[in-house]
Design a protein. Structure first.
Length: 451
């Protein structure tokens, strides 16, 4: 990092940042209270609230959102007449998945090979720490030149929309001139990137019933309709032979204009096994950022261990459909449900239920905030020019904020570069990325104040 008072301050604060991230990662703050205690999420929310209070934030509050979770809000006043910037992150995390697959315990921050491992280190508890570091660096170097609002969401990973609905019911709360969403990531570690598009998402549960109860496969198999077999056929109909998503009525041919993604590099980032082909058609960027993508997230059926020789009476699955910019998530949901129902074989009974939805997002990159961020990134990452990339993931709040505050500029940055392996086992964050992005955010706030 080049000599710069803000950069030097952030560097000196990194040991404290590690301690704080260790504390925050220790909370098992998965916002699915059937799996994890509510007290873990509430503890993480209190930790964030206490951190904001310690930094001099006013009106710090735990907001009870309509989905039964808490978001944390705070306001730090700046100079009179200054612009207002909203900083966003979320403290809830994905479940750890197979804990046996973790090299170290998922809720214990562990340093290994120059990275910090633990669930939420990058997505997105690290984002909370990034915001704190940036503000501390500014306070130590002349003060924070803008009004700052911070919102830390408690259920982003669940897609249950609590904060979106709360914001709609309290439209003045998060109003800002610019919004920095700290829940994205550099295209590659060391390459400063702002995310300009996000795919939306819909979650649909499908259940197929064929019999009043399970039957002996020797006595009835061959004539009795198997619900699991029917479900397999339905799920298979969602993809073409090459793996492309084929939900009837959805456009699957759009192209991405912008940063390209080398196929061999993608194979390495995704850790694709040797000899296994990628799925879909078009460029990797097309497939990730410009086209719909279906994923079967889970299937309810008998596990292999303990299975009996039975024809299944019922089976169900949870399906995710990522929706690219330019496509309406509500319409995509209807098309997905219609496709599932149309492709259910043998007259089997089928029920579909939408359980979550978020619209896609496209940013205006011509705004002054983007110029201010580009200047900041050039200092934080010497010799590197800020890149623009899409992201295949979803942040439903972006569209809510864009709708509520149409004049606000929205930027997406963050710590979730490919090596972070967010949502997977052995999630990690690069402390160097945390340091550089904290510097970039601090310098952005300074640049934006005078832009």
């Amino acid at each position: 990092m080049s000599s710069n008072p803000v950069a030097e301050t952030v560097a000196s604060l990194m040991p404290k940042a590690k301690e704080e991230l260790t504390e925050l990662v220790a909370f098992k703050s998965v916002a699915d209270f059937d799996q994890f205690p509510r007290s873990e999420s509430e503890g993480a929310a209190r930790w964030v609230a206490d951190a904001l209070t310690a930094e001099g934030f006013q009106d710090v509050a735990l907001l009870d959102t309509p989905d039964g979770t808490q978001s944390v809000y705070g306001y730090l006043p700046g100079p009179e007449g200054a612009k207002t910037v909203l900083l966003y992150a979320h403290y809830d995390v994905q479940p750890p998945l197979d804990e046996a697959g973790w090299a170290t315990p998922p809720f214990e921050l562990t340093e290994r090979d120059g990275r910090w491992y633990g669930r939420g280190t990058a997505d997105c508890k690290g984002g909370v720490i990034m915001h704190l570091l940036a503000l501390r660096a500014l306070k130590a170097n002349g003060g924070v030149p803008v009004h700052v609002k911070v919102i830390a969401e408690g259920s982003e990973e669940q897609g249950t929309g609590g904060l979106e609905r709360y914001a709609e019911e309290h439209p003045d709360l998060l109003a800002a001139d610019t919004i920095v969403i700290g829940d994205a990531g550099n295209f590659r570690a060391g390459l400063p990137t702002v995310t300009t598009t996000l795919r939306g998402m819909t979650l649909v549960r499908v259940q197929i019933d064929t019999l009043e109860g399970n039957l002996h496969s020797g006595q009835f198999g061959g004539a009795a309709p198997d619900a699991l077999a029917a479900l397999i056929r339905v799920l298979d109909s969602l993809r073409a032979e090459d793996g492309s998503t084929t939900v009837e009525g959805l456009d699957g041919e759009s192209a991405w204009e912008g940063l390209s993604y080398d196929e061999e590099q993608f194979r390495k980032d995704a850790k694709v096994l040797d000899g296994v082909r990628l799925i879909g058609s078009g460029s990797v960027a097309d497939r990730l950022w410009a086209r719909p993508a279906v994923t079967v997230l889970g299937i309810d059926c008998p596990p292999v261990v303990g299975a009996t020789p039975s024809v299944q009476a019922s089976a169900r699955a949870l399906i995710s459909l990522r929706v690219p910019p330019g496509m309406d998530a509500a319409e995509a949901t209807k098309l997905l449900q219609a496709h599932l129902e149309t492709h259910t074989p043998w007259g089997a009974r089928v029920r579909t239920e939408q359980i979550g939805q978020g619209q896609p997002f496209r940013a205006d990159t011509s705004s002054p905030a983007y110029a201010a961020m580009a200047e900041a990134m050039a200092v934080a990452y010497p010799g590197q020019e800020m890149s623009y990339a899409g992201q295949g993931g979803s942040i439903p709040l972006c569209n809510t904020l864009a709708s509520l505050y149409p004049g606000a500029e929205i930027l997406l940055i963050g710590l979730s570069e490919p090596e972070a392996q967010i949502h997977a086992v052995n999630e990690s964050v690069s402390p160097e990325e945390l340091e550089r992005l904290s510097v970039a955010e601090a310098l952005f706030l300074r640049n934006y104040a005078t832009n």
